[in-house]
Design a protein around this ligand. Structure first.
Ligand SMILES: Nc1ncnc2c1ncn2[C@@H]1O[C@H](COP(=O)(O)OP(=O)(O)O)[C@@H](O)[C@H]1O
Ligand SMILES: [Mg+2]
Length: 271
């Protein structure tokens, strides 16, 4: 398959402007007989904030897990920063990528999960320092300086010595955000990061994310049911149904004047 085989196909979500950072070309993902993503094409331009919405089971998490290389596509290709994520070119042919290649490309991508997934046996500071030291090879001093700065930014500069279980869910999630940012990723993936939180803790986490969206040039791919937040930060909203993008556009357009009946139904259920 050639790298630009998609040019003959309709691209539902062309990059708005700037350079293209993420590109899915005809990506199909199946679990047994269940086709979760069906020849999915989409792209995200560098620095943009894209929100994925759609019913439960429509494949949103699968997209993020593919980008994190926690899953591999059955067909199609994914590129990040112009590099194939799970393939590499050898002698002009596209072959499945080796572990080393995958690790290199994945360094550009950070993810925050619904369930925080902090290292329970490490204090907060070490949670944030660990990957920069072990994966990027930063010195302990550099990693600690970076970690303290980020923990300050998320309002937890005074909790460096706590263990995750000593923190509220909202605080744990802010540590998880700091931990993802410590890798200086180009892309930040956010998968329903406030869904597991008590309602009174949601705003603090969303404030941190708004701040990141408005003050950094990190490209964000966000799955959320917080529609006001999505409206604030998104350049583009993609509506998924059954593994395809059925509609995309500005948040104003999608939330106020959606074209598709499915989008209208979905929004009336969540808004
Ligand atoms: N590891 C897995 N094994 C089998 N089926 C899976 C797995 N992960 C997801 N699925 C199925 O894929 C579909 C899409 O899931 P997901 O991407 O989590 O949807 P969403 O995040 O939009 O709710 C669902 O039908 C789900 O049951
Ligand atoms: Mg999901």
């Amino acid at each position: 398959m050639s790298a630009d085989s998609s040019t003959s196909q309709e691209i539902r979500n062309p990059a708005v402007d700037g350079s293209e950072l993420i590109r899915f070309d005809h990506v199909t993902k199946r679990f047994g007989a269940n086709t979760v993503l069906d020849e999915l094409d989409f792209s995200v331009a560098s620095g943009k904030h894209v929100t994925l919405i759609g019913p439960s089971g429509s494949g949103k998490t699968t997209i993020l897990r593919l980008l994190m290389t926690l899953l591999k596509p059955d067909e199609g290709t994914i590129k990040v920063g112009g590099e194939y994520l799970t393939h590499e070119e050898k002698n002009g042919k596209l072959v499945p990528a080796g572990e080393k290649h995958v690790r290199e490309v994945r360094k550009n991508i950070g993810m925050v999960f619904q369930q925080f997934n902090l290292f329970p046996n490490m204090k907060v500071l070490r949670n944030v320092m660990e990957a920069p030291v072990t994966v990027l090879g930063l010195s302990k001093d550099e990693a600690e300086e970076r970690a303290r700065e980020l923990l300050d930014m998320v309002g937890l500069g005074d909790r460096c010595d706590a263990y995750p279980t000593q923190l509220s869910g909202g605080q744990q999630q802010r540590v998880a955000i700091a931990r993802a940012l410590a890798m200086r990723p180009q892309v930040l993936l956010l998968d329903e990061v406030t869904s597991a939180l008590d309602p009174e803790l949601v705003a603090g986490v969303l404030d941190v994310l708004r701040d990141i969206a408005h003050t950094t040039d990190i490209t964000m791919l966000c799955v959320t049911h917080e529609m006001n937040f999505a409206r604030d930060i998104s350049d583009q909203v993609l509506m998924f149904d059954a593994g395809r993008v059925i509609e995309s556009g500005s948040p104003e357009k999608i939330f106020s004047d959606p074209e598709h009946e499915r989008t209208r139904e979905f929004l009336s259920a969540v808004l």
